[in-house]
Design a protein around this ligand. Structure first.
Ligand SMILES: *Cc1c(COP(=O)(O)O)cnc(C)c1O
Length: 462
């Protein structure tokens, strides 16, 4: 029987953006000038840009049309009320606090709920989320299941909260020291791994019994809903929209970066059920973001966001193709025996650099070197997620050596076709075949904080 690809992109292309094709010599020069750091490349020198899926989505014709009818009234914009309706209908939260992006919502939520000395349990940290929890005086405690830390473990729900770990945190500190549980859907730092509905529900029940709130990071809840539909018994015939609403039903509120699932280039929100909490959030909103009916967004941005939120659940085809494309790339690499994190997650494919270039010791930055080699091969831009990203231990001054030494290839939504994924796979496979030639790197410039953004390197000849 013929093997059928059951889907292609569920859209056709009306506007195109030409991409600049480069020669190998040009790329060798570009990566040298960028100090072997893909963050320092000019986007014009990149052929297929898989640096991040944040704010890089392609908007639809309806979203662009929405931009034209955005209402820029300072107060009471009709675009705000369209956004309120969309969030109520699709996510099911009554109260909407609009922000400029996800971290704006995290800041306000942390400030209204966390007191100094509190602990906030969560399923693996996210950089900005943890920052704001600590900035408010709290301490983040990781309660994700152990399987999340093993790149080869095939557990279908590696984003689950370990309820025994959560109970232990409550027992140790007392429920009154735990303002809320920070539950991230489709955990980004674990490689885009979902939580099950059973786990979301059980966590909510445990928290209610202890008078603790559950706040979702619902930035990637749509992607999580898709994995529940595919993997959890009883959900195979449910629509993505109804699964998403059920996920949110097991929470008291959510922060969302709309630069991901919601298909816009900028924006975000805090959504809540309790009007009193929303009142306190709005009191801070006017100081840090903007008036309660625009927060940090222009009217046209709220209008395009409202359209994007409805579009992402209008049919299941969108999310099936979005994650299908990520899995398509992942499966090509698995078939070619390239070591990757498994199961393939919702937003990208993570190459296991420690396994691919074992001859490069971790203090010579194997994932950084592999990322640079991949760019030189065909102009594909990924990102290092290994020892460079982990930084130094402030106490000892040594590198922190993380267990995972990865190259992240993140897929923007609706931007590239399966043909682009074929090019990426061929390039990764070609680089993998010549992996012995990849040399380690050393710093020529090392910033003190968040060094991965601006660090510069040079090769260490063998
Ligand atoms: C991107 C992201 C954030 C932060 O959102 P910004 O819009 O970049 O401020 C928070 N949580 C998760 C899971 C994210 O992926």
């Amino acid at each position: 029987m013929v093997e059928r690809r059951s889907w292609a992109e569920p859209f056709r292309i009306k506007v195109v953006e030409p991409i600049h094709m480069t020669t190998r010599e040009e790329r060798v020069r570009a990566i040298e000038e960028a100090g072997y750091n893909t963050f320092l490349l000019r986007a014009d020198d990149v052929y297929i840009d898989l640096l991040t899926d944040s704010g890089t989505s392609a908007m639809s014709d309806r979203q662009w049309a929405s931009m034209m009818i955005g209402d820029e009234a300072y107060a009471g914009s009709h675009s705000f009320y369209r956004l309120v309706d969309a969030v109520q209908e699709v996510y099911g939260y009554e109260e909407l606090v609009p922000t400029h992006q996800g971290r704006g919502a995290e800041h306000i939520l942390s400030q209204i709920l966390i007191s100094p000395g509190d602990v906030v349990p969560g399923n693996m940290y996210f950089t900005t989320t943890r920052f704001h929890q600590e900035y408010a005086g709290g301490r983040f405690v990781d309660v994700i299941v152990e399987e999340a830390h093993d790149p080869a473990d095939l557990h279908p729900f590696k984003g689950n909260i370990d309820l025994a770990k959560l109970q232990a945190v409550i027992d140790e500190h007392g429920a009154e020291k735990v303002p809320y549980v920070s539950f991230e859907t489709n955990v980004n730092m674990a490689g885009g791994q979902p939580a099950s509905m059973a786990n979301l529900k059980a966590t909510y029940e445990l928290c209610r019994a202890n008078d603790i709130l559950v706040m979702l990071d619902a930035t990637r809840a749509l992607e999580n809903a898709y994995f529940i539909q595919q993997r959890e018994a009883g959900f195979e015939d449910r629509s993505i929209g109804s699964i998403l609403r059920e996920i949110c039903s097991y929470s008291d509120g959510a922060t969302v970066s709309s630069k991901k699932d919601n298909l816009v280039n900028i924006g975000g929100f805090l959504a809540l059920r309790d009007p009193e909490l929303a009142r306190r959030a709005r009191a801070l909103l006017v100081a840090f973001e903007g008036l309660q009916t625009y927060g940090g967004m222009a009217g046209r941005d709220m209008e395009a966001l409202a359209t994007g939120i409805r579009e992402m659940v209008a049919t299941d085809d969108h999310i099936r193709a979005r994650i299908g494309q990520v899995e398509y790339l992942g499966d090509l690499l698995i078939k070619a025996d390239v070591p990757v994190v498994r199961p393939i997650g919702g937003h990208g494919v993570f190459l296991d650099a420690a396994a691919i270039v074992p001859h490069v010791p971790q203090d010579r930055f194997p994932a950084q070197a592999l990322t640079a080699a991949l760019y030189v091969d065909a102009g594909v831009r990924g990102m290092e997620r290994g020892v460079v990203s982990a930084g130094r231990d402030p106490a000892t001054g040594d590198h922190k050596y993380p267990k995972l030494e990865l190259v992240r290839l993140t897929i923007p939504r609706r931007v590239y076709t399966q043909a682009h994924m074929d090019v990426v796979a061929e390039s990764v496979i070609a680089v993998h075949e010549q992996r012995d030639r990849i040399e380690g790197l050393r710093f020529t410039y090392e910033p003190e904080d968040l060094r991965f953004f601006q660090a510069r390197f040079e090769p260490i000849p063998a």
